[in-house]
Design a binder for this molecule. Structure first.
Ligand code: ATR
Length: 287
C-alpha cells in the first residue's frame, strides 16, 4: 500500500496551475478527476498570475502550503530562480512545468518531455530504441521532447526547421549524445526516407489554422508513426492525411498533455496516476 507523501493542516491536498492566460487550461478538470479517482480530498485550481507576480506567487505557495503547482505560459523559465531545487533535466531544458512542495522546500521538474515519451510508447510505438526519429521544429517544445527521446536510445534524430541555423544549433546542444543533426526544411526530402517516427513540434495546423500542414504528407514514408504535439484539433490535418494517404499510425498531442499531468500527479501524491479517469475528463472537456 502506498503511503501519503504530503501533509497539510487541513488534510486536503492543494494543487494548482499558474499562467496567463489560464482560464482555458484543461489541467483543472483533468487533475480534479484524477484526485476523485484516487479518493484523495483536495482541489486543483487555475491561478491567473501576471509576469511581475511570479516571486510573490511562489512565496504564497509556501505560505498556503500548496503541495504542487503546474507552471504554464509564460512562467516556465521565470519560476526557476525562485525555487530551492531544480531537477537536472528541467535545468537542461531551461523550463519547469511542475513544482513539488516538500514542507516548504520547492523543487522544479519538467514532465513535458517524459510525458510525451510515455504517451508515445503507450499509444503508438512500444520501443524507441534503435528507431530513426525526425522532429519538425526547433523551438522550446522540440528541445523538451528531444531531451527525453534521447534517453530512449534512438538510432538517430534529425531536426528539420524552416530556420536551418536554429536546427543546427539545437542539434549541437546534444552533440555528445549520439547521432543528431539539424537540417533546413527545404532539405527534408533528402532525409525523410529513413524515418520511422515523424514528430511535428511546430504550431502549424493548430486551431484556428486547421488547414495548414508543416510538410506535404505525400513525402512521408508509408506506414511510419506520425505524431503531432498539437491537441486542438485532436487530430491535425497532417495526422489525418498521413493516415488516409500514407497508411501511417498516428499519435495526437493530447497524449502528451495527459501524461505530463499524470507524472505531475504522481510526484505530488506518490500514487500511480488514474490515467483512464484523467483521459476521460480531458477528452470530455475538449468537447
Ligand atoms: P514552441 O515553444 O512551441 O516550440 P517556439 O520556440 O516559438 O515555440 O518555436 C516554434 C517552432 O515552430 C520553430 O521551430 C518555428 O520555426 P522557425 O524557427 O523557422 O521560426 C516553427 N514554426 C512556426 N511557424 C511555422 C511555419 N509557418 N512554418 C514552419 N515552421 C514554423
Amino acid at each position: 500500500t502506498a503511503t501519503k507523501t504530503w501533509s497539510s493542516p487541513s488534510g486536503d491536498i492543494l494543487l494548482g496551475v499558474i499562467g496567463s492566460p489560464i482560464s482555458h487550461s484543461k489541467s483543472p478538470v483533468m487533475h480534479n478527476a484524477g484526485l476523485r479517482a484516487l479518493g484523495i480530498p483536495g482541489a486543483y485550481v487555475p491561478l491567473h498570475v501576471e509576469q511581475d507576480k511570479v516571486k510573490e506567487t511562489i512565496e504564497a505557495i509556501r505560505t498556503l502550503n500548496f503541495r504542487g503547482i503546474n507552471v504554464t505560459i509564460p512562467h516556465k523559465l521565470a519560476v526557476i530562480e525562485h525555487l530551492d531545487r531544480v531537477d537536472p533535466a528541467a535545468e537542461a531544458i531551461g523550463a519547469v512545468n511542475t513544482i513539488v512542495n516538500d514542507n516548504g522546500i520547492l523543487t522544479g521538474y519538467n514532465t513535458d518531455g517524459i510525458g510525451y515519451v510515455r504517451s508515445l510508447k503507450s499509444e503508438a510505438v512500444s520501443e524507441l530504441s534503435g528507431r530513426r526519429i525526425m522532429v519538425i521544429g526547433a523551438g522550446g517544445a522540440a528541445r523538451g521532447i528531444i531531451d527525453a527521446l534521447l534517453q530512449e536510445q534512438p538510432s538517430s534524430v534529425v531536426i528539420v526547421n524552416r530556420d536551418e541555423e536554429k536546427a543546427k544549433r539545437l542539434a549541437g546542444s546534444w552533440s555528445s549524445r549520439g547521432d543528431i543533426k539539424g537540417v533546413g526544411l527545404d532539405q527534408i526530402q533528402g532525409y525523410i526516407g529513413g524515418t520511422d517516427i515523424l514528430i511535428n513540434t511546430t504550431s502549424v495546423g493548430m486551431h484556428p489554422h486547421v488547414d495548414d500542414m508543416p510538410i506535404d504528407p505525400d513525402i512521408i514514408p508509408e506506414g511510419i508513426v506520425v505524431s503531432d504535439l498539437i491537441y486542438n484539433p485532436l487530430y491535425t490535418r497532417l495526422l489525418l492525411e498521413s493516415r488516409s494517404r500514407r497508411g501511417c499510425i498516428i499519435h495526437s498531442g493530447v497524449g502528451m498533455f495527459l501524461y505530463q499531468g499524470a507524472y505531475a500527479l504522481e510526484y505530488w501524491t506518490g500514487l500511480p496516476a488514474p490515467i483512464e479517469a484523467m483521459r476521460e475528463a480531458l477528452l470530455g472537456s475538449l468537447g
